[in-house]
Design a protein around this ligand. Structure first.
Ligand SMILES: [Zn+2]
Length: 392
C-alpha cells in the first residue's frame, strides 16, 4: 500500500531535485539565487549543495571576471565536468540517433544506426542495445540512465512502445524491459513529441514561458502540452484532428485528418504532384521554395491548415506560445508569422487577459527530439524519481 505520509528523507530528496533543476537548467548559479528562487533556507541550500559537490555531481567556480570584482564574490554552481552523464536515443522511422550528454544538456558524443527494410522487433531492439553500448563506450563517466524518445503510442509508465505504423514489420516494442535488463541501467521511454516538449520546457522556450504547445511535423503530426512548467500527460494526436469531415479517409478511421495535408510526406507528395518537384526532406523543400512560387504556395496551404488545427486546439487549451518543431523548425519565418496572425485572429482566448499569442521555432532545431530523449531522464531527476547520488 502506498504511504500517505512524507518522510524527512522524501522532503530532502524533493528539495535536492528542485535545486538540481534550477542549477542544471542554468536558472540559478549562486546559493543566494537558489535560496531566493526556491524559497528554501540558506542553510538547506548550503547543505544540499555540499552533498552534491561531495559526490561529484556539481562543481563550483568563481564567476567570470571575479578577479576584477571588489569584495567577496559568490561562487557559481554548475554540472561537474567529470560528473555523471546521460544517454539519449531517438527512434526515427529510418534511423536510430544517439547522444551522450552531461546533466546540463551539453552534447559530448553522438552515434547513429541506420534502419533497413528487413527490420523486425528483435533486430530493432538489438540495434538499440548496440547503439546504447556504443554511447556508453564513448564516455568514461558514469551513465545515470538511457532516455528513449520514439514515434508512436508510448506507455511511459511501463516504458513500452505500444503501437507504431509504417515501421517495417514492427508494431510494438518492450523497450524498457529489454534495454534495462541488457544494459543494467534505468531506461525511460517517451513519445518523441512529449520528449521534445521536455527539451523546450527545461532548456528552451519553457525557461521564459510556463505554458506552451509543442507541435511537431514529421511522418505524422503530434503535439505536447506544457502547463505551469509541467508536461501534461495527454495523447497529443493533433495530426488526427479532422479539418474536413468530407475529406479523404485517414488510416485512423476518421476523415480529413490534419496529417493528410500537412505531414512531411503529404507536403512532399503535393510538391511532386502540383509542382513536379521531388525533395527528400522538408528542409530541402523549404530551401528551394524561396525561389519557386508554386512550391511556396504548397507550403503556404499546408501551414494554413496547420494553423486551423492548432487554433482549434488552442480554443480547448489556452496557452500563449506555440513551438513548431521536428521538421517544422525549418518553416520560413514569414510562414510562421502568418500562422501566428491567423491563430491570433480566430482563437477565442484573445478576449482573455494575458500576453499575445506567439508562434516560434523549436530551440534545438532538428536535434529537439534527440535532446528530448536525454530530457526524459532529467525529468526523473528533476521530479525526484531518480537519484543522482550513490545508493545507501
Ligand atoms: Zn486520422
Amino acid at each position: 500500500m502506498r504511504k500517505a505520509g512524507i518522510s524527512l528523507a522524501d522532503v530532502r530528496g524533493q528539495n535536492r531535485a528542485l535545486l538540481l533543476r534550477l542549477i542544471l537548467t542554468g536558472q540559478c548559479v549562486t546559493r543566494g539565487e537558489l535560496s531566493a528562487q526556491s524559497g528554501l533556507s540558506s542553510m538547506t541550500v548550503t547543505n544540499i549543495a555540499a552533498e552534491l559537490l561531495h559526490h561529484g555531481i556539481l562543481d563550483e567556480r568563481p564567476p567570470e571576471g571575479a578577479a576584477r570584482s571588489p569584495g567577496r564574490t559568490p561562487m557559481e554552481l554548475c554540472a561537474n565536468a567529470q560528473g555523471p552523464v546521460i544517454g539519449g536515443i531517438f527512434v526515427a522511422r529510418d534511423c536510430l540517433y544517439g547522444v551522450v550528454s552531461d546533466l546540463s544538456l551539453h552534447v559530448l558524443a553522438r552515434a547513429e544506426r541506420k534502419l533497413g527494410p528487413e527490420e523486425t522487433e528483435q533486430t530493432v531492439l538489438d540495434a538499440m542495445e548496440a547503439l546504447a553500448r556504443r554511447l556508453m563506450e564513448q564516455t568514461d563517466r558514469q551513465m545515470l540512465g538511457i532516455g528513449v524518445s520514439t514515434a508512436g503510442v508510448v506507455d511511459t509508465a511501463s516504458g513500452e512502445l505500444r503501437f507504431i505504423t509504417e515501421f517495417y514489420s514492427v508494431r510494438a516494442l518492450p523497450i524498457r524491459a529489454f534495454l534495462s535488463e541488457r544494459l543494467g541501467l534505468p531506461v525511460f521511454v517517451y513519445n518523441d513529441m512529449q520528449a521534445s516538449g521536455l527539451a523546450e520546457l527545461y532548456f528552451g522556450r519553457g525557461r521564459a514561458e510556463p505554458d506552451f504547445l509543442y507541435v511537431g511535423i514529421c511522418s505524422g503530426i503530434g503535439a505536447a502540452l506544457v502547463k505551469d512548467r509541467a508536461l501534461v500527460d495527454s495523447c497529443g494526436e493533433i495530426g488526427h484532428m479532422s479539418i474536413d469531415f468530407a475529406g479523404p479517409r485517414c488510416a485512423c478511421g476518421s476523415r480529413g485528418c490534419l496529417e493528410l495535408y500537412a505531414s512531411t510526406p503529404s507536403i512532399l507528395r503535393q510538391l511532386r504532384e502540383e509542382c513536379g518537384r521531388t525533395f527528400v526532406s522538408l528542409p530541402e523543400a523549404v530551401a528551394a521554395a524561396g525561389e519557386d512560387a508554386a512550391a511556396y504556395a504548397v507550403l503556404y496551404q499546408a501551414a494554413r491548415k496547420l494553423a486551423v488545427a492548432i487554433s482549434s486546439y488552442l480554443n480547448l487549451m489556452h496557452v500563449h506560445m506555440v513551438v513548431l518543431g521536428h521538421d517544422a523548425y525549418c518553416l520560413p519565418q514569414e510562414l510562421v508569422k502568418s500562422m501566428e496572425r491567423y491563430a491570433a485572429g480566430v482563437c477565442v482566448g484573445r478576449y482573455l487577459p494575458g500576453r499575445p499569442l506567439r508562434f516560434v521555432q523549436a530551440t534545438f532545431g532538428a536535434d529537439t527530439p534527440l535532446l528530448g530523449a536525454v530530457c526524459t531522464v532529467l525529468e526523473q531527476i528533476f521530479q525526484g524519481r531518480l537519484s543522482v547520488l550513490p545508493e545507501g
